[in-house]
Design a protein around this ligand. Sequence first.
Ligand code: 13P
Length: 251
Amino acid sequence: MSRTPLLAANWKMHKTVGEALEFLDALLPALPAEGPEVVLCPAYTALAPVVARCVETPVRVAAQNMHQAESGAFTGEVSAAMLLDLGVEDVILGHSERRALFAESDEALAEKLPTALEAGLEPILCVGEDEAQRDADQTAEVLTRQIEADLAAVEPEHLDRIVIAYEPIWAIGTGRTATPEQAQEAVALIRERVATRDAGAAERVRILYGGSVKPANAAELLAQPDVDGALVGGASLEAADFAAIVAAAAR
Ligand code: 13P
């Protein structure tokens, strides 16, 4: 089964509109004509201008979060319809920073995933263990729990429309990348968990690795048989670095 690699740039709370457009001026000419899918995830404030700049390019645009309700009294939140309205096609859900700093729960994610899918957005669901859980040998248990809880309300036939990102928390922004073997082992385990719901979807679902991915380590991570791409934070802020990571997946 060949899955098209996907490289996503999670800019987190970085880049004004001007900085985002400057990045695109450098990135777009540097992308390979054919090959991996590229998704940029700017802050809400830069979504519309980034979508406008990416029209007629192969680059897709994702939000970094979304509320599960259609509308309502949720100050500061944004709905799936609002994202679609801007031409956004993807949405990161359950990033560990949302889980740890903003109380994102598995219960909310179990609602967000079907809501995003019904709206026609491609969700990028993040899962991953923290350092204490890895040290205590609980990685498989944590990943299983997150996958089961977050995907509970997704119909089996829609599972392959989700992208899953394995992001070990101890590797995020620390410069401490998972070894290719650790990434492969965890991503294969996630695929196995999806297979318990639908074996065909598990073959098709794309599972990314995220956590200190850089031009220097991208190729060996992306060469792992179950690793279908990367969700890149820090190294996605520089167009040249992100383009080099995309190129590593195109090889
Ligand atoms: P870093 O690449 O900066 O470690 O961040 C990873 C991440 O959180 C992407 O979502």
